[in-house]
Design a protein. Structure first.
Length: 172
């Protein structure tokens, strides 16, 4: 009987403690951030430089595959890679990594000779990135546009990457 009474006292003591704690917590209003704040937080937390690099890799490889007629019959084709642009202000910086990936792939392919001076280039490659998705579900689009030295558009390639809705929230 003594153990029963002790257990009952402990149980009542635990309930009383919970009541005291519950009564101390007062929530006047729930915190709801403004829509723009939600978008910025979601995009900044999920979009990393590696996300840009996934799309950049795909677009660059497509560009190399589809421009074989330009560089195969030439001795050396000089290519200038312009500084990429972020077209959506809600996206965080990190495009530098995508540019590095694009440059490394093109340099490693030995199909084009990458130059640092625009005046030396036979072709100019421009890159841009933007969010074409929704505020809470970003879809990153990386685009490459190839121009000749007279500023005539040769072709354009775009690749998109979106975050999966699975447990690890990976990008594909």
């Amino acid at each position: 009987m003594k153990n029963y009474a002790l257990g009952l006292l402990l149980l009542l003591g635990a309930c009383a403690w919970q009541t005291v704690v519950t009564e101390e917590i007062v929530i006047d209003e729930p915190y709801i951030p403004a829509p723009m704040q939600v978008q910025e937080v979601l995009v900044e937390e999920t979009v990393t430089p590696q996300v840009y690099a996934i799309a950049a890799t795909r677009a660059t490889n497509r560009m190399l595959d589809e421009t074989a007629d330009i560089y195969e019959n030439n001795g050396t084709t000089f290519l200038y890679i312009a500084r990429p642009q972020i077209l959506d202000e809600s996206l965080p910086d990190g495009i530098f990594y995508a540019r590095k990936v694009t440059r490394d792939i093109i340099t490693g392919s030995n199909n084009y000779k990458v130059v640092n001076n625009l005046a030396d280039a036979d072709y100019i490659l421009e890159a841009s990135v933007e969010n074409i998705g929704y505020e809470d579900d970003p879809v990153i689009e990386y685009s490459l546009i190839l121009f000749d030295s007279q500023n005539n558009k040769i072709n354009q390639w775009s690749e998109t990457v979106r975050q999966l809705k699975n447990d690890d929230r990976s990008w594909w």
